[in-house]
Design a protein around this ligand. Structure first.
Ligand code: KIV
Length: 272
């Protein structure tokens, strides 16, 4: 269950603050299953986010709102089992903290108890600050999430750049300060202007982790299927493909089909 078994120190929410202080960039990538998480952890990532993007990436939903607490627990528990070193962060899904402070704290405790994750992530600013304070007081590290917050997609109506004008930028700063005062360990900044993300980073004690927020944040996060070139036809400006796993898998599957069809697999040596 994620205990330290290598000579490398286990990453915790506290480590993120130490990395901010030392200027070492934080690397985070999503994962939702045991096999993928094991590869990403062994490659040396600092943190795996079990994002509610599992709703899109794993289940093929249009947005993140349908995923349930039980489904997030299933994904996060699988990831925690695979990880030796990195900090596993689990998203609190839509509906698990919006009803009331007590409900949010109860769900947060349940997710931690049943997954073994090292921190939780929650979308929103001032309006969730009191709930965040309660969860942190219960001993659970929290990561905030501002800018493009996909759980509110129906309110915003699209996935465009956020905080483009002065009023929105000012609100984002106020929300970041409210989360910081509530005790978050980090804040994810999604799809906001780079200059604003850099400014927020200098204003908060918490580490900032950007996605589509430029290089001035304390770290970066990407969805693994996007970063590794598995998803086709999704290439926003902020995304870089660091591998072409789609091509690699397609070629592997085609080679398997070919070998089975021509009866070159299994060979004598692959038979009992
Ligand atoms: O759910 C997710 O994958 C996320 C990242 C995009 C930050 O929240």
């Amino acid at each position: 269950m994620g205990y330290l078994t290598t000579d490398k120190k286990k990453v915790t929410a506290k480590t993120l603050l130490e990395m901010k202080a030392s200027g070492e960039k934080i690397t985070q990538m999503t994962a939702y299953d045991f096999t993928t998480a094991g590869i990403i952890d062994a490659a040396g990532i600092d943190s795996i986010l079990v994002g509610d993007s599992a709703s899109n990436v794993m289940a093929g939903n249009q947005d993140t709102t349908p995923i349930t607490i039980d489904q997030m627990i299933y994904h996060a528990r699988s990831v925690v089992r695979a990880c030796q070193r990195c900090l596993v962060v689990c998203d609190m899904p839509f509906g698990s903290y919006q009803v009331s402070r007590e409900d949010g704290i109860r769900n947060a405790i349940r997710i931690i108890k049943e997954t073994g994750a090292g921190a939780l992530k929650m979308e929103g600013g001032k309006e969730i600050a009191d709930t965040v304070r309660g969860i942190v007081a219960a001993g659970i590290p929290v990561i905030g999430h501002l800018g493009l917050t996909p759980q509110s997609i129906h309110k915003f109506g699209g996935y465009g750049l956020r905080a483009k004008d002065d009023a929105e930028a000012e609100k984002l700063i106020e929300d970041a300060l409210a989360l910081d005062a509530a005790g978050v360990s980090a804040i994810t900044l999604e799809k906001v202007p780079a200059a604003l993300a850099t400014k927020v980073t200098s204003m908060v004690k918490a580490a900032t982790i950007g996605i589509g927020a430029g290089y001035g944040t304390d770290g970066q996060v990407l969805v693994y299927a996007d970063a590794l070139g598995m998803t086709q036809g999704f290439k926003p400006k902020f995304l870089r493909h660091f591998a072409n796993v789609n091509k690699c898998m397609t070629e592997g599957v085609q080679e398997y089909i070919k070998c089975v069809k021509e009866v070159s697999f299994p060979s004598e040596s692959e038979s009992y």
